[in-house]
Write a protein that binds this ligand. Structure first.
Ligand code: PLP
Length: 392
């Protein structure tokens, strides 16, 4: 195999959507139809996601963040409650608790899976804890059996943030059928996209009804929920909700993309396997560990640069690879370090594993439409940079 890297002419991004003519046609069909919002495309999209993961209900939102917000509402999270999550995640995983007046509690990650540590989680539960929001970071499912057991014992609701893990399984059961509620995001960097979009799946009818209420202003026409009924035109607002609805154009795109999910996941797994094969014997590079119960759909591929081998390795590798037009990234800055969270009093938070992870982690490009040449380019450049940095 040739090792000379081809000079790239443009930045290879870390993630990118794959839209084809069928997707475009699906959106155009909606635009020519009677409904562009609150129409039949929403129902078919929701049905498709529910069926794919094996859940009873799916409910679509304008984005994943709104979906998490609604799930906190449905779970009854409120003022003074605590919600446990991981610091190594996107801001939305904990912001959703703040929206409800609750307090996020950050529990450190494990340094093998980079997911929340169930042992530490057990110690963080207090009488105020209402919900747990575990995040399937990079697509690798959390140890949901242990987390669900803790939740059952302590009467907590589990809202699985599966923004990274559509198509993943735990013990060969699809993510989406494992927690009280599960959130999927359809942002363009995620596995499949609707432009912007989010879905909550659940088997629980009570949560389903609360999610519907929250999505649309807290309005209902369900006579069993109304105080009175003035006639067929009548509705009541029984709680404070929002307009968190998805459009039918988005739903049609999402439904069309869902048909390609398994193919996308197959390609992601193939690329991740090539990366791990290429880097696992390079001294100082730490390839992702996969828990034996987890079958990841690989949203992100994280390569860690061991500080014992590379002085300031991650930071220098980031710059060197960007200079070579390899669009590496860092996911994520521990949330409690953000100025807003510090202003809320989170400066005391100490998650040593999250800190060590954050200093050493680098996200490599990974998306289904990467060519084999793109993959070789990443591998060759990473290996060269590793040699240069080690000799320094
Ligand atoms: C993308 C993402 C979200 C939020 O989804 P949006 O659709 O962008 O609002 C939440 N949690 C995680 C871990 C994510 O990666």
């Amino acid at each position: 195999m040739k090792t000379a890297p081809l000079a790239r002419t443009e930045m290879l991004p870390y993630g990118k959507q794959a839209i084809d003519e069928d997707d475009i046609q699906a959106v155009v069909d909606v635009l020519r139809s009677d409904y562009i919002t609150q129409g039949p495309a929403i129902d078919s999209f929701e049905r498709r996601v529910a069926d794919y993961v094996g859940a009873r209900y799916a409910i679509a939102f304008c984005n994943g963040t709104a979906a998490l917000h609604a799930a906190c509402y449905a779970a009854g999270v409120g003022q003074g409650d605590e919600v446990i999550t991981t610091p190594i995640t996107f801001l939305a995983s904990s912001n959703c608790a703040l929206y409800m007046g609750a307090r996020p509690v950050f529990v450190d990650i494990k340094l093998d899976t980079y997911n929340i540590d169930p042992d530490r989680l057990a110690h963080a539960i207090t009488s105020r804890t209402k919900a747990i929001i575990p995040v399937d970071f990079t697509g690798q499912p959390v140890e949901i059996d242990r987390i669900a057991e803790l939740a059952r014992e302590r009467g907590l609701v589990v809202i699985q943030d599966a923004a990274h893990s559509l198509g993943s399984s735990y013990c060969h059961r699809k993510v989406g059928a494992l927690a009280d509620m599960t959130m999927f995001s359809f942002h363009p960097v995620k596995h499949v996209t609707s432009g912007e979009g989010g879905v909550i799946v659940t088997d629980n009818e009570h949560y389903y009804k609360r999610l519907q209420l929250f999505r649309s202003h807290g309005m209902t026409r369900d006579t069993t929920l109304m105080q009175k009924n003035d006639g067929p035109w009548y509705y009541e607002m029984i709680d404070l909700g929002y307009n968190f609805r998805m459009t039918d154009m988005q739903a049609a795109l999402g439904a069309s993309q869902m048909k390609k999910l398994d193919g996308f996941v197959r390609r992601r797994r193939e690329i991740a396997a090539r990366y791990s094969e290429a880097f696992s014997d390079v001294e100082g590079l730490i390839v992702p560990y996969q828990h034996p119960n987890a079958q990841s759909s690989w949203h992100l591929y994280i390569l860690r640069w061991d500080e014992k081998y590379f002085n300031d390795g991650r930071n220098r590798a980031f710059q060197a690879l960007r200079d070579r037009l390899i669009g590496v990234h860092v996911h994520y800055i521990p949330i409690y370090k953000q100025p807003y969270y510090r202003s809320l009093g989170y400066s005391y938070v100490d998650c040593p594993n999250a800190e060590e992870y954050y200093q050493t982690a680098l996200t490599l490009p990974l998306f289904p439409s990467m060519t084999d040449q793109d993959v070789r380019d990443v591998i060759n450049n990473v290996k060269e940079v590793a040699v240069i940095l080690k000799n320094d």
